[in-house]
Ligand binder design. Structure first.
Ligand code: MN
Length: 253
């Protein structure tokens, strides 16, 4: 099986390097990833400047390319130019930091997987709830990515569906199990900091403390908070189907 690996933390991230090693056991791995960190860039694409590519040697990968663009750009270039055939699967990660709840909309990691779906290729997004240099959960994450890649190959996924996988910040032995979850709702408190620069000018920094609204035990946010691995089947069906009829009355009355 041929696997395209990308991420939003940049091609030198340990999360990607370890993921490539693990996936090289189950398939031929091709890497197309940003040349620097592009976390929080969502589904942005680069349209008004050129994209430059440089080959990179990555242990376990058949070929590697760094791109001076976003995660979604990387998937587009991989499928449209850099790989000579379509991969069977796109895997994005392993991201340093969780991608839970409504954060999936900000996530470059998840957006790369969504871009694969748009192109008709099944995809996984893999993240750990650890931003530290310990990379707690990474070994379990790459092992689960390998196993899930094989499952996708054997069983397939519904056409418009990706798997968003998040691991808790725990040593492997303390992880309580796997929950199949739904996307929870995560908001932020104190999400803008107003500061002053050394010259007395005001600037702003987006930040905030995540608030998980009560979602029930089957939400991705609850699962990871309670020490479980969260696996969510995510799709980008954006239409509110049941509201369409009521909305029509606004215009037809
Ligand atoms: Mn990231």
């Amino acid at each position: 099986m041929d696997i395209l690996v990308t991420n939003d933390d940049g091609i030198r991230s340990k999360g990607l390097i370890d993921l490539v090693k693990a996936l090289s056991i189950v398939g031929n791995v091709y890497v197309v990833a940003p040349d620097r960190e592009r976390s929080g860039t969502g589904h942005a694409v680069t349209m008004y400047r050129p994209l430059r590519v440089a080959e990179q040697s990555i242990p376990g990968a058949v070929a590697g390319f760094q791109v001076d663009g976003t995660p979604a750009d990387c998937v587009k270039l991989g499928l449209g130019a850099l790989l000579d055939h379509r991969p069977d699967l796109v895997v994005s990660g392993v991201n340093a930091g969780p991608n839970l709840g409504t954060d999936v909309l900000y996530s470059g990691t998840v957006s790369a997987a969504v871009e694969a779906l748009i192109m008709g290729i099944p995809a996984l997004a893999v993240s750990i709830a650890d931003y530290s240099a310990e990379w707690l959960g990474l070994d379990a994450a790459v092992a689960l990515a390998g196993r899930t890649a094989q499952d996708v190959q054997e069983r397939g996924l519904p056409e418009d569906t990706l798997l968003n996988i998040n691991l808790p910040r725990l040593p492997a032995a303390q992880i309580k199990g796997i929950r199949i979850t739904r996307v929870g709702i995560r908001r932020y408190r104190d999400f803008v900091e107003k500061r002053t620069d050394p010259w007395g000018r005001t600037y702003y920094w987006l930040t905030g403390e995540a608030i998980d609204l009560e979602d029930g035990a089957d939400s991705d946010t609850s699962a990871v908070r309670e020490g479980f691995i969260s696996v969510t089947p995510v799709r980008f069906q954006l239409t509110h189907e049941t509201f369409r009829d009521e909305l029509a009355e606004w215009y037809w009355k």
